[in-house]
Design a protein around this ligand. Structure first.
Ligand code: 1PR
Length: 537
């Protein structure tokens, strides 16, 4: 477990914090218990579920030196979440068996509810919040009720108004939550407040990150009759292993894209892997697919395949920028570059000079980095020792066929051959060629050259349904700061939670399982949600 996925818990043993522990684990985090004040100072993220009585809690905190450590931690604006008494202790003092001094970070005195106005004390039950300022962790709460159990409460005043993020009415209009920078505290119990409570904890644990995306990918190509079909390869081989050897046909691109949009896909990618293709602008059907899809599919569309400079049979030169522009005009939000980005990265690494002339650089200069995806299509190459190659190697989770403990990931490009037929010269997709560059080197180089996102495939895993290549995805998503889309190998809903838990991928893409209707997109979303990973529902 990386330190990002561990939360430090301050449990001074005064009561039951089992539900808080369970909720944290349910959301996929490990727990480190505070033993010493240093543990507080070293925490990445600290949860303080105060339990028991105010005076007894302050007594423990003062005696152990934890009160001082807590104040230092909070004054440094380190991520903090106080719950219930964990909110009250932040105030100057409490009337509970007191007055007793608190940590003194927030102006105000914690007092007892007034039961004379007909409200039973303690407040034990569900109540709604009035959100008074942007608190981030409460973003999903809205009108939902949350669970309170307390007899004492802090009241909003001019002195503490910079802290108050929501109030609640129970006879008094009391403080339900506070927030300043990274410091949060809530009077209610998120661990007892159902889904909406879990969302509060989740938002504290995963601050400000984009929620992971699920992308449906349609590999599109002309079949032997010339119709555009959605196909799907096994390790990039898209032909049926029958006598006719035809291109596998899994449906019509526009129809499938619409269906995936309705089922909740966060993005749709079209990869034009058409074999016989003079050049993309001659490929009117693909432009038509984009036009029709974008009419009623309202999530981002990416298109890739064949984006490069091109000279046609009549000697007319088309720049990759013109090709991309045509795609954008037809409804694409992003274009994806594969082979041409490999050549650009190789040149850049050789010379150390950004010429500005590669497709990648030109398109990102005109349309912005966010519009340019680089598709990496690497193949795993096992080695016995990481120094056997000049490329970045990883220690593999599963050993190679000869017990090799390491692998590097060799980038490949589509090979174009020329076929002269009766009237025309066609380019043919003639398989893939390994290049002298690794996925790691390529990813870093294209980030430098202006790529805004990486679509990370893996030929070995493609179509196998055995899960993503975690070694590869970890390597690349840790190496670059642009978003990385994990692709190739999804076969079950668990593969998606795995990739988001164990790597820094921002999105996961699948093709086969969606096309073959083995796993609907909705089930993936539901599974992620159940696993405590936030998704767009
Ligand atoms: O090199 O710029 O012309 O781009 C070609 C594009 O086409 C690249 O993005 C490359 O990935 C893609 N491509 C080329 N040949 C194939 C093939 O299958 N023969 N498809 C191909 C790529 C891989 C993924 C696939 C995932 C998930 N397919 O797109 O969808 O592996 O599959 P799974 O969930 O079924 O495992 P250029």
């Amino acid at each position: 477990t990386s330190s990002d996925s561990v939360v430090t818990l301050l449990d001074y043993g005064a009561g039951n914090v089992r539900s808080v522990r369970n909720a944290i684990r349910h959301l996929g985090f490990g727990i480190k218990d505070v033993q010493t004040p240093e543990d507080i100072l070293n925490a990445n993220r600290l949860i303080f579920p105060g339990v028991g009585a105010f005076a007894a809690a302050m007594d423990v905190l003062n005696k152990t030196g934890m009160a001082e450590a807590l104040c230092a931690y909070i004054e440094k604006d380190r991520p903090f979440l106080g719950i219930c008494l964990g909110l009250q202790l932040l105030f100057q003092s409490s009337e509970e068996n007191g007055p007793v001094n608190g940590l003194g970070l927030i102006p105000g005195v914690v007092g007892r509810f007034d039961s004379s106005n007909g409200f039973r004390v303690p407040q034990i039950g569900w109540n709604a919040l009035q959100i008074t300022k942007d608190s981030e962790i409460l973003d999903d709460v809205g009108d939902h009720h949350v669970y309170f159990v307390h007899s004492y409460r802090a009241m909003p005043s001019d002195d503490n108004k910079e802290w108050v993020s929501s109030t609640c009415n129970y006879g008094d209009n009391f403080i339900a939550s506070v927030r300043r920078g990274n410091v949060h505290a809530v009077q209610f119990h998120p661990e007892k407040s159902g889904d909406v409570g879990l969302s509060v904890l989740r938002r504290f644990l995963h601050p400000k990150t984009n929620i992971p995306k699920v992308i449906a990918c349609l590999d599109v190509r002309a079949n032997d009759k010339g119709d555009l079909v959605v196909t799907k390869g096994d390790q990039y081989d898209v032909r049926e292993h029958t006598k006719e050897n035809e291109v596998r046909n899994l449906g019509k691109p526009v129809e499938l894209a619409r269906q995936y949009y309705k089922e909740g896909a966060d993005e749709i990618s079209f990869l034009n892997i058409t074999g016989f293709r003079d050049f993309p602008l001659g490929d009117l059907p693909m432009l038509q697919v984009l036009r029709l899809t974008s009419e009623n599919v309202f999530v981002p569309l990416t298109v890739g395949g064949g984006i490069r400079d091109f000279t046609d049979a009549n000697g007319r030169h088309y720049s990759s920028l013109e090709v991309a522009s045509e795609y954008f005009r037809s409804g694409a939000d992003k274009i994806s570059i594969g082979s041409d980005a490999v050549y650009a990265a190789e040149d850049y690494l050789k010379t150390g000079v950004k010429t500005g002339k590669s497709s990648l650089e030109q398109i990102s200069r005109v349309y912005g980095n966010q519009a340019v995806v680089v598709s990496i299509d690497p193949r795993r190459v096992y080695i016995t020792h990481p120094n056997d190659v000049e490329f970045k190697a990883v220690r593999v989770t599963d050993l190679g066929p000869n017990g090799e403990e390491y692998a590097w990931y060799q980038c490949t490009v589509g090979i174009l051959c020329f076929i002269v037929t009766f009237l025309f010269v066609h380019t043919v997709n003639g398989g893939r060629e390994g290049r002298p560059i690794g996925a790691y080197e390529l990813a870093k180089a294209v980030e430098d050259l202006g790529a805004g996102e990486i679509l990370l495939n893996c030929i070995d895993c493609d179509g196998q349904g055995k899960g993503f290549d975690m070694d590869l995805i970890k390597l690349i998503s840790d190496a670059v700061s642009i978003p990385v889309i994990a692709s190739s190998g999804a076969g079950a809903v668990e593969h998606f939670s795995d990739v988001f838990r164990k790597t820094n991928a921002s999105a996961a893409l699948a093709a086969g399982i969606f096309h073959r209707k083995e796993v609907p997109i909705q089930s993936v979303k539901e599974h992620l949600y159940k696993e405590g990973i936030e998704v767009r529902i």
